[in-house]
Design a protein around this ligand. Structure first.
Ligand SMILES: [Zn+2]
Ligand SMILES: [Zn+2]
Ligand SMILES: [Zn+2]
Ligand SMILES: [Zn+2]
Ligand SMILES: [Zn+2]
Ligand SMILES: [Zn+2]
Length: 367
């Protein structure tokens, strides 16, 4: 049919050694890549922004630039593009195209089905467009993979391959027309340079190999992560202690509240019982054998009645009685009158009140 099958791709570059199994233990299962969604609203965003607190938000969630809406950290520096997330997102989009039921279409002619993925161009090619691509880039070979082969692999493998195949291009302004791959790192400028640019930047020598620098940064990140994990451990412990203390305080508060309630009830009962006892004390009759004021009062009233009656009878006997009555009754009446004459009016009452009044008063004061 005139179109040649694309040549066999070169074997993929050896993938970097995967981190030791121990360090993977606590890593979350990132299979579904949910972490690429905005941590604020959960929406997909093509331009996620990374905050100083290392939370990632979509531009829509970043209205309050003074404070992270998730952890409330104050944000001194403005947010930056989260290149890791946006690039990973586009790589995953490529992967989804590869795995889609119809397969990816050619990025150039947009007519044919794609057979090859060029990771330098980051484009899909049909057989004919790929031929053209190979002719165009015959000077510097591009790394490419067959779509079929990628499709058979896993997403992890695809991401691993695209990670190692991405080239960093020199951003120097000295050669705007030509994109050159970086291979040198200038520690003074803190950026990657292409070889010719490094030759011009003589004042900053010695330079580092870009791969070595990248490896060093990986190592540094790994050791920072280890320190962070330790720090997180101590924060978690401190948080647990704080929570425990808060719980204990709440328990103590609750116990005290119950004790206050119980004491109040006990006191109420006590006071009520005391009041009843005091009432009873006030109403009590004097003990037998000791005369009370009320008894004395009754006695005096009775005596007064007897005196009045005696006086009246004596007077009537004198006024209306004849000899007969005087002879018969006088001795009896006289004896009764003589008996009455021996009576003496009661002494004025003592001002001292009964013992139990004082008792009652004292107990009231004690209450
Ligand atoms: Zn958002
Ligand atoms: Zn935050
Ligand atoms: Zn094409
Ligand atoms: Zn290419
Ligand atoms: Zn420099
Ligand atoms: Zn350059």
């Amino acid at each position: 049919n005139g179109t040649e099958a694309p040549p066999e791709p070169r074997p993929a570059a050896a993938s970097p050694p995967s981190p030791p199994a121990a360090s993977r233990d606590d890593e979350e299962d990132d299979e579904d890549f949910q972490f690429l969604l905005c941590e604020g609203c959960g929406q997909d965003s093509a331009h996620p922004r990374l905050l100083g607190c290392l939370h990632t938000l979509c531009p829509g969630c970043l209205s309050d630039t003074k404070q992270c809406p998730l952890c409330r950290a104050a944000l001194a520096a403005p947010a930056v593009d989260n290149l890791l997330f946006s690039n990973l997102r586009s790589r995953l989009q490529v992967w989804r195209q590869i795995r889609s039921s119809r397969g990816p279409g050619c990025s150039r002619c947009r007519a044919e089905a794609a057979l090859v993925w060029c990771s330098d161009c980051e484009e899909f090619f049909c057989a004919r467009c790929f031929e053209e691509h190979q002719w165009w880039h015959k000077k510097k070979e591009h790394r490419f993979r067959r779509v079929e082969e990628l499709r058979a692999g896993s997403v992890q493998q695809f991401l691993e391959d695209t990670k190692t195949s991405c080239s960093l291009f020199c951003s120097s302004a000295s050669h705007p027309e030509e994109s050159r791959v970086c291979s040198v790192y200038c520690p003074r400028c803190e950026r990657a340079l292409c070889c010719p640019c490094a030759l011009l930047d003589t004042a900053h020598a010695p330079f580092r190999d870009l791969r070595a620098e990248s490896h060093r940064r990986q190592e540094e990140l790994r050791s920072l992560r280890r320190d962070l994990r330790l720090l997180r451990g101590s924060f978690e412990a401190a948080l647990a202690r704080l929570r425990g203390e808060a719980e204990r305080r709440e328990e103590r508060r609750q116990r005290l509240r119950e004790r206050v309630q119980a004491s109040a009830e006990r006191l109420q009962q006590l006071v009520r019982r005391e009041a009843e006892e005091l009432q009873a004390l006030l109403e009590a009759r004097p003990e037998p054998g000791r005369s009370g004021l009320a008894e004395e009062l009754r006695g005096a009233e009775g005596t007064l009645l007897r005196l009045e009656a005696a006086e009246r009878l004596a007077e009537r006997l004198g006024r209306y009685g004849g000899e007969q009555e005087l002879m018969d009754m006088q001795p009896f009446v006289r004896a009764a009158l003589l008996q009455l004459q021996r009576l003496r009016p009661p002494r004025p009452p003592e001002p001292r009140e009964p013992e139990r009044f004082a008792q009652c008063r004292a107990r009231l004061r004690a209450l």
